[in-house]
Design a protein around this ligand. Structure first.
Ligand SMILES: [Zn+2]
Length: 189
């Protein structure tokens, strides 16, 4: 959470930006904008000051599950170079180690945790895999992300609709080509 004092800082900064671009910060339509932006930043950057992802429970399963795959998990993040959104879908797969699994609903929560900070897509991909490894010590992890970046689409090179794809493999997904192929087959549309 961003504390009250820091939220006030954001408000002052946003007001200065509005002035600097030639706007009148007292104009009716944007009077409340600095406060709204501060509130929004507190939400979309909530992970920066969060210690670590702890909203989960690990529990054992009897049979050896091969691959646990969650497909098309939606996410929204902010690019750290322009503070513009990038958003898309994440696929997360893991092969349990010592038959430990995590509640399925917690994987989208983990993705959300990794998304809510100034980010680059490449690092976010790695972060998800590393956090899952820390929590579960699985035999292998695979993470792929396909995303649209507003800083690519609405400014600079202006290429609407371009998808950026990243992936990261650990453990058995790195060593076992069959396993990696299965992940790719099941996640490629
Ligand atoms: Zn950017």
């Amino acid at each position: 959470m961003i504390d009250t004092k820091s939220q006030e800082k954001i408000q002052i900064a946003v007001k200065m930006i509005l002035e600097a671009i030639g706007e009148d910060p007292e104009r009716e339509g944007i009077q409340e904008t600095p406060a709204r932006v501060a509130k929004m930043y507190s939400e979309v950057f909530s992970s920066v000051t969060a210690p670590e992802f702890d909203n989960y429970k690990v529990f054992p399963v009897d049979e050896t599950t091969e691959m646990v795959l969650l497909k098309d998990i939606p996410f929204y993040s902010m690019c750290e170079h322009h503070l513009l959104p990038f958003y898309g879908m994440v696929n997360v797969a893991y092969v349990p180690g010592d038959n430990n699994v995590i509640g399925l609903s917690k994987i989208p929560r983990l993705v959300e945790y990794c998304a809510k900070r100034p980010n680059v897509q490449e690092r976010m991909t790695v972060n998800i895999a590393q956090e899952l490894t820390r929590i579960l010590a699985p035999k292998g992890v695979a993470v792929s992300i396909a995303a649209r970046h507003m800083c690519v689409e609405m400014r600079g090179i202006q290429k609407p609709g371009v998808m950026t794809e990243t992936s990261y493999y650990l453990g058995s997904f790195k060593e076992d080509k069959e396993l990696k192929r299965e992940f790719l087959q099941r996640t490629t549309k």
